[in-house]
Write a protein that binds this ligand. Structure first.
Ligand SMILES: Cc1cc2nc3c(=O)[nH]c(=O)nc-3n(C[C@H](O)[C@H](O)[C@H](O)COP(=O)(O)OP(=O)(O)OC[C@H]3O[C@@H](n4cnc5c(N)ncnc54)[C@H](O)[C@@H]3O)c2cc1C
Length: 441
């Protein structure tokens, strides 16, 4: 099939170098891709046509939904942009979402129906990449990962078949879609079970001085906190004039019971250095973050560090994370509480690692020329390695690494063996390899 034949056959748009939309079409959240062509699919049949074209021309394929991953590059290949597949339909609490939708729009549509899904913290992140990799969001302790809310999917396979996937129809494939990434086909529709949600209590606290004492209080508090409460800690340098720099803790309580949220957070409000900035009822879509478009003049620098799932947030990881941030002026440290519903899912029920983790931790020093020399890079690497050694697994969606060996680090051997067997059945030629790749061997 030639590109001209494909152009005639599909309802979507084909964008080539030189076209007026080319620059925008090949841009993703953190960079600019160099594909030979971008195919903007407008239907399931368009996705099938795009795959047929790529196979006929022996071109590499990259599936793009929200475009927030580090996987925007497919040099000389085909970007299949499915962001136009963003329909939402609601039947009671069953919600079907197009494979290219973004979480902010979904949250708004569901909000109008008094419903919610736990997604991530950012409006423009895609349902596709986030869900297939897991998805740690504001309701993770009450409702689990984004992928834990998945009950079905429509998948276009490498052979171009359209398969309706559920736990009863294709148990192995369904298992793989809940954390195994975009390895098994193009998901053109996700079916979720949503939850009643009339609002959230959102609280933000600053930290004055050493963050470690406040983090100890937070870690202690979260051991017994109701699962309505999820918290994050973030310490960032000034990067974006609209985003506050410095150490802060944000908390979300599901529902509008502000008194209950205040009670649950009381020990934190009294902790050393804590400054209460805001607390009040909000609509969930309003607390999702907005991110600026990629700016080629100011590309994101590289990142020395990583992420890990911690079974316990004890003194050692707290002290090491705080020290990491202090030793690297241009660095970021992030903690997110887990446990609750996240831990209710048995380890074997999905490929997602470390269901016994109670915290997610991430730290990275920005590799900015003039700020990080060889010695600083080596020190940051060693400091991070020591933190990661305390953890129980790596969360793929938060790695910026496109190193093929990353998947081996994300999945324990037995999980990887099961994923590989499923990959062999559904994508034996490894068409879907622009991801944390599970090889079909
Ligand atoms: C600003 C920002 C905030 C973030 N916040 C969170 C957060 O709060 N919680 C969290 O867990 N993660 C978060 N992430 C990480 C995010 O989950 C990953 O980057 C994720 O891959 C983004 O998905 P996407 O669809 O936007 O990306 P894309 O780059 O479009 O896709 C990512 C990968 O998934 C595959 N893929 C995407 N859609 C489909 C589909 N429909 N079918 C088959 N394969 C598909 C792609 O091929 C690619 O390999 C954040 C990332 C950024 C940049």
């Amino acid at each position: 099939m030639t590109l001209d034949e494909l152009t005639a056959a599909i309802g979507g748009t084909i964008i080539r170098p030189g076209d007026s939309e080319w620059e925008a079409a090949r841009r993703f959240h953190s960079g600019i891709g160099e594909p030979a062509v971008v195919i903007r699919a407008s239907s399931v049949d368009d996705v099938r046509g795009a795959l047929r074209y790529a196979a006929a021309e022996r071109l590499d394929v990259m599936v793009r939904s929200g475009g927030h991953s580090a996987w925007g590059q497919v040099p000389g290949g085909v970007t299949i942009d499915i962001s136009a597949l963003d329909d939402v339909s609601i039947d009671g609490t069953r919600v079907s979402v197009g494979g290219g939708a973004q979480w902010g729009a979904i949250a708004r549509t569901l909000g109008a129906h008094g419903l919610g899904l736990s997604s991530g913290d950012t409006a423009s992140v895609g349902v596709g990449g986030l869900t297939l990799g897991g998805g740690i969001g504001w309701m993770v302790r009450a409702w689990g990962l984004a992928s834990d809310q998945l009950v079905g999917a429509q998948l276009v396979t490498a052979r171009g078949d359209v398969v309706e996937v559920s736990a009863s129809s294709h148990p192995d494939l369904f298992w793989a879609l809940r954390g195994g990434g975009g390895n098994f086909g193009v998901v053109t529709r996700f079916d979720f079970e949503a939850h009643p949600l009339d609002g959230v209590v959102h609280a933000v606290f600053g930290i004055d001085g050493d963050a470690a004492p406040a983090l100890r209080v937070l870690a202690d508090l979260m051991k017994t906190a109701p699962r309505e409460l999820t918290v994050t800690y973030m310490d960032v340098p000034p990067m974006d004039p609209n985003a506050p720099a410095g150490a802060m803790i944000s908390a979300v309580w599901i529902g509008t019971d502000e008194e209950a949220a205040r009670r649950a957070l009381a020990p934190l409000r009294d902790a050393p250095g804590i400054i209460e900035r805001e607390i009040g009822v909000q609509q969930y879509p309003d607390i999702l973050l907005q991110t600026p478009e990629f700016d080629p003049e100011h590309p994101m620098p590289g990142f020395v560090g990583g992420n890990t799932l911690l079974r316990e947030l004890g003194d050692d990881p707290i002290d090491r994370l705080v020290a990491f941030r202090a030793q690297n002026p241009a660095s970021v440290v992030l903690l997110r509480s887990l446990g609750g519903a996240y831990g209710d899912v048995a380890q074997d029920d999905s490929p997602f690692p470390a269901r016994d983790a109670t915290w997610f931790a991430m730290a990275g020093a920005f590799d900015i020329p003039g700020m990080l020399d060889d010695a600083g890079r080596a020190a940051a690497t060693a400091a991070w390695d020591a933190i990661e050694a305390l953890g129980a697994g790596v969360y793929g969606n938060f790695t910026t690494s496109t190193d093929p060996s990353m998947a081996e680090r994300m999945y324990p051997p037995a999980t990887m063996a099961r994923l590989s067997a499923i990959k062999r059945e559904w994508d034996p030629g490894n068409v879907f390899c622009r991801n944390h790749n599970v090889r079909p061997v």
